[in-house]
Every structure is written in C-alpha cells, then in structure tokens.
Write a protein that binds this ligand. Structure first.
Ligand code: COA
Length: 185
C-alpha cells in the first residue's frame, strides 16, 4: 500500500509552511519533547540552543522547507527538510528530512500527514531524493516509512537505518496523483 489514510485522523489539523515568525512556537514544541522523543529525533540530547534550532527550522530559502501542524492554534508537529549546500545546484537535488510530533498527539496520523505534505512540497520544489536517518529502535517512525511503501529504500547500518528515496521512482509507483503539483501553503 502506497498511501494510507491514518487510523485516527487529523480533523481540525491545519498544516502550513512555517515562517520566521513561528520561531517561538517551534521552540516551545521542542522544549515540550520528552527525553526519549528527543533522543529519537536528535540521536542524543536535545540541542542546548533551541532558539537557534527553531530559527533555522523557520528559515525560508531554497535550502530549507518546514511545515507545521496546528491544532486550535497550537503547533503540535513539524516536518522539515534541509538541502546540503553543495546540492543546491544539482539538477535533482537531495534533501535530508526529519519529523517531530508532540508526544500527546502521536499515533493520530499527524506524522503521516506531515510527511505526505512534505513529499508534495519537495516534489513541487524539484527535489529528486529525500534521505533520513532513523534509529533502529524507532519503531514508530519505521512503521510510518514502511506504511508509505518505502521499505525498499531503507538500509541498515548498525543501530541506524538510512532512508534514501528516489522521488521520481516513488511518483511512478504511486501513479499520476503523485506527480508534481502546485502546493498551497
Ligand atoms: C515518529 C513520529 C514523528 C510519528 O508521528 P505520529 O504522528 O505518531 O505518526 P502517525 O500517527 O502518523 O503514525 C504512527 C504509526 O506508527 C505505528 N505505531 C504507532 N505506535 C507504534 C508502536 N508503539 N510501535 C510500532 N508502531 C507503532 C502505527 O502503524 C501508526 O499508524 P496507525 O496509527 O495508523 O496505526 C512521532 O512519533 C515522533 O515525533 N517521535 C519522536 C521524534 C522522532 O522519532 N522523529 C523521527 C526522526 S526522523
């Protein structure tokens, strides 16, 4: 199955592109993360300077894209990608992505929704490949990836799995609905 409907959805969730003015919301979301979620996201302790992290997530330029999921005006999840500098001139650039959902709102389909929208945004911006690093113990994130039909793009290296996804191949496997289309954000 390529695209699934999350089990418990996401009614009332607004997903939009993050802007520099969203920095405080992004910082607050990361401050609320528990130690375990922070470990899964950062592979260690949460960064000390969360204000800097939040500012960098809210940057809007060709090398950065971040989407936020809001419920009732509260930011409950962020999906972002970053393009390594040397990739920007590439015809089919590669980006690295990551996700985080507020612990109280996990397993309601928000992570899946954000990832789907991030892939749409990447395609709309001409991105060719999306990569991510996921700890082998991160069963939830790996389930999100497998449910999207991306198990073939995972490669294990010790305690980490690398995802290296070719978006063109994925679009062909998904059919015409996955071809690049305008993204309203
Ligand atoms: C990974 C993360 C972003 C997923 O967000 P989410 O909103 O919980 O994800 P979803 O609800 O869309 O999907 C979770 C799916 O994982 C599976 N799942 C849920 N709990 C699980 C568990 N304990 N073990 C295994 N699989 C599980 C289910 O298939 C579930 O889908 P379902 O609800 O349709 O049955 C979120 O858990 C998170 O922020 N984790 C901490 C940070 C992190 O790990 N980031 C990823 C680094 S790249």
């Amino acid at each position: 199955m390529k695209a699934r409907m999350p089990r418990a959805v996401t009614t009332g969730v607004v997903v939009r592109s993050l802007r520099p003015t969203d920095r405080d919301d992004v910082q607050s979301l990361h401050e609320r993360m528990d130690q375990h979620d922070a470990y899964l996201r950062f592979f260690g302790a949460r960064p000390t300077h969360l204000g800097d992290l939040a500012a960098s997530l809210c940057r809007q330029d060709p090398g950065h894209c971040a989407l936020g999921a809001y419920i009732g005006g509260v930011l409950v999840g962020v999906a972002n990608y970053v393009s390594p500098v040397h990739q920007l001139d590439n015809d089919s650039p590669l980006v690295e992505f990551a996700l985080v959902v507020d612990h109280n709102y996990q397993s309601h389909g928000i992570g899946t929704m954000l990832l789907t929208r991030l892939v749409d945004a990447a395609r709309a911006h001409g991105i060719g490949r999306m990569t991510a690093e996921v700890l082998a113990q991160n069963t939830v994130m790996l389930e999100v990836i497998r449910e999207r039909g991306w198990a073939h793009a995972l490669r294990r290296d010790g305690t980490t799995l690398h995802l290296d996804l070719d978006l063109d191949e994925d679009a062909q496997a998904d059919g015409p609905s996955a071809l690049p289309r305008p993204v309203v954000m």
